[in-house]
Design a protein around this ligand. Structure first.
Ligand code: SAM
Length: 160
């Protein structure tokens, strides 16, 4: 299946709020589906001390950039980037999934999230809802340019 999602990085204040809202911490395994330059993985490991952060990305330029940044931070043991289509990657070990895609792509992902995630897993989406799911919380964050971003938190098992 091919569709286009442009690469737009999540601003750092929004990254931090996504992980804070999800309650990220030591025991967590974070999956960022479409990880771009890897910033969510890096903040999750360095600032929230998660056990493991996995990014899946299909754009080879972004993969190179994410791997370079992870290596510069010296966190290759805990932050991993997988090249490929996230629809093809098993995400069942994730305790937190982060998304910045499109509503239509979230809708396509919904059956996979329902199938593979365990109860209690948190899904945080920047800007776009997951159609058909009930969110637990929302947060609004201003970025460095004073633009307001919305974040949706969902909890698997409490999402219907
Ligand atoms: N998650 C990063 C962030 O928040 O900074 C990047 C978000 S960017 C809007 C979306 C990314 O998803 C793009 O880099 C795009 O290449 C990637 N992407 C979209 N669909 C994908 C798919 N099916 N498999 C892997 N990567 C995908």
């Amino acid at each position: 299946m091919y569709y286009f999602v442009p690469y737009v990085p999540t601003p750092y204040p929004v990254v931090r709020e996504m992980l804070r809202l999800a309650g990220a911490g030591e025991g967590d395994v974070v999956y960022d589906l479409g990880c771009g330059d890897g910033r969510i993985l890096i903040v999750a490991v360095k600032e929230f001390n998660v056990r493991k952060a996995v990014g899946v990305e299909r754009d080879s330029e972004r993969i190179k950039e994410a791997r370079r940044r992870i290596s510069e931070e010296g966190i290759e043991d805990r932050a991993i980037v997988v090249q490929g289509d996230f629809f093809e990657v098993d995400i069942s070990e994730a305790t937190i999934v982060t998304l910045f895609l499109l509503t239509s792509v979230n809708e396509m992902l919904r059956p996979k999230l329902e199938r593979e995630l365990r109860n209690g897993a948190r899904v945080v989406s920047h800007e776009f809802r997951i159609p058909g799911w009930k969110h637990e919380k929302t947060a609004e964050v201003k970025d460095e340019n004073n633009l307001t971003h919305i974040i949706y938190l969902y909890i698997k098992g409490k999402h219907m």
